[in-house]
Design a protein around this ligand. Structure first.
Ligand SMILES: N[C@@H](CCC(=O)N[C@@H](CS)C(=O)NCC(=O)O)C(=O)O
Length: 199
């Protein structure tokens, strides 16, 4: 399998899960410019017509996209690692949490990457402050969002990393949660592989 990624983009979540699960996946960096080119010299639009990372190319040539689907697919390749509960109510809680992160936090942050006007930036950030309060409520007093560490935490790590970049205030509890995930050996390895700060 090949994972198409860009440093610190939402592909960071699937990358973390590749390392947590110990999967045999080749990383292929996509350079975003006027054209989108992969590290092995291909036009990325030929792989994902949307031009967005992450994309996962399977050994049979199929290409999967959508971060929360890749997270689930990768976790399913190593069920013994229990990175995504598949039974009981935790399964539904996991899906709810993934969708919340995708639609409220991931897409809620997207406008900030597009050099918005001050008015849009202020409104986007105010909305995110509220959404991070909701994330904190979901975390409650637990170490991780759904029982033990799961794909939801890998995805939450990505958006919390963006919150830091755009100086969106998060509570001490969420900051400690972010640091707990960052300290995991697989996450440290992933950050190093993407050339990102590890502390
Ligand atoms: N719906 C896609 C969106 C992925 C996405 O937003 N990717 C961003 C990076 S985090 C990207 O590649 N943006 C470039 C673009 O869309 O032109 C998903 O959930 O995976």
């Amino acid at each position: 399998m090949k994972l198409y990624y860009a440093p610190a983009a939402c592909s960071l979540g699937p990358h973390i899960i590749v390392r947590e699960a110990g999967l045999d996946v080749t990383l292929n960096k996509v350079t975003f410019g006027k054209e989108r080119t992969t590290a092995d010299g291909r036009n990325f639009y030929d792989i994902n017509p949307q031009g967005a990372v992450p994309a996962l190319e399977l050994d049979n040539g199929e290409v999967l996209t959508e971060a929360q689907v890749l997270l689930q697919y990768l976790a399913a390749q190593a069920p013994e690692k229990k990175l995504a509960p598949t039974e009981g109510f935790d399964r539904w809680r996991l899906l709810e949490t993934l969708n919340f992160i995708a639609t409220e936090l991931h897409k809620g942050t997207s406008p900030l990457f597009k050099k918005p006007s001050e008015e849009i930036a202020t409104a986007t950030k105010a909305n995110l402050v509220n959404r991070y309060q909701l994330l904190e409520q979901k975390l409650g007093d637990k170490d991780y969002l759904v029982g033990q560490f799961s794909i939801a935490d890998a995805y939450a790590f990505v958006v919390l990393n963006w919150a830091r970049r755009f100086e969106i205030p998060v509570s001490p509890k969420l900051q400690a949660y972010f640091e707990r995930i960052r300290a995991r050996p697989a996450v440290q390895q992933t950050l190093q592989e993407e050339g990102l700060p590890t502390s």
